[in-house]
Design a protein around this ligand. Structure first.
Ligand SMILES: C[S@@+](CC[C@H](N)C(=O)[O-])C[C@H]1O[C@@H](n2cnc3c(N)ncnc32)[C@H](O)[C@@H]1O
Length: 247
């Protein structure tokens, strides 16, 4: 029988939150004379966090479920125009709607990452950024290595559009899935994703990349495969580049 961990974490977190709100909401209606509303709201957060823990969700989901009812209560009391919430939702949907499926959120490489990539690119090399986000690394590489041929692939429509507008004709940026990208013509493949896709991505890289080409992951390791080189970026997020030379 499938255990709870086989369901997506986001779905389990939603269930925990819903159960907590319904249960504590029922108690609050029945016993409202015993405590003020903020007490019940905080209690709902605590119950949601405990349920998330019971479902063995990662600690950040527990923290989100703990904070959600109080933040919702504050938001409902504030005089913020509801249009801002709609705008925020649309922005999230356009930049990160795939995150539940891909488990890869949007965060950005530091300028140091692009500098280290630039230093490792062979002359006239072809580099592909898998999940190129807002195009920051490609834009910096354009400036640092005008000889290189640069390409990106991005699944989120707004991120892709921003990259496209930012990079113009100087780099090719495709809207689509990185799993459909052909890695066989790349001298360097760069990925700044999350732990979730790394094992599968390594299999794809091994199957498609040429001997001597470089597979470079910002921060996230390939399970069970030591990199040939590690470069500390000494940036704010203490990121590092993990570099594999394909054989
Ligand atoms: C952590 S961001 C990195 C952005 C950029 N490479 C950088 O270093 O600044 C990861 C990006 O990969 C995109 N992404 C995640 N899964 C993807 C997939 N399967 N195909 C294409 N893009 C994907 C996300 O939308 C996000 O923009």
């Amino acid at each position: 029988m499938p255990g709870p961990q086989r369901l997506p974490s986001a779905l389990l977190a939603l269930v925990a939150q819903a159960v907590a709100v319904v249960a504590v909401g029922g108690l609050a209606i029945a016993l409202h004379h015993l405590a003020p509303l903020p007490f019940w709201i905080v209690l709902a957060g605590i119950v949601a966090a405990l349920l998330s823990r019971r479902l063995r969700l990662p600690s950040w989901w527990q923290a989100i479920n703990l904070a959600f009812p109080p933040l919702l209560g504050l938001a409902l009391q504030s005089s913020i125009d509801p249009a801002w919430y709609l705008a925020g939702f649309l922005l999230l949907a356009l930049t990160s709607s795939g995150v539940i499926r891909t488990r890869v959120p949007l965060y950005l490489s530091s300028p140091r990452a692009a500098e280290e990539l630039a230093a490792r690119l062979p002359a006239h090399a072809h580099l592909l950024d898998l999940g190129c986000g807002l195009g920051g690394p490609l834009a910096r590489l354009q400036r640092l290595r005008p000889d290189a041929s640069l390409e990106g692939v991005e699944a989120a429509p707004l991120n892709w559009l921003i990259s496209r507008l930012r990079l113009g004709r100087r780099a090719r940026v495709h809207l689509g899935s990185l799993w459909d990208a052909d890695l066989s013509a790349c001298d360097v493949v760069y990925a700044y994703l999350s732990p979730a896709p790394m094992a599968r991505l390594w299999e794809k890289a091994r199957g498609e990349m040429r001997p001597g080409s470089l597979f470079i992951s910002n921060t996230f390791a390939v399970p069970g495969v030591a990199p040939d080189e590690e470069v500390e970026l000494n940036d704010l997020s203490h990121a590092r580049l993990l570099i594999w030379r394909m054989r």
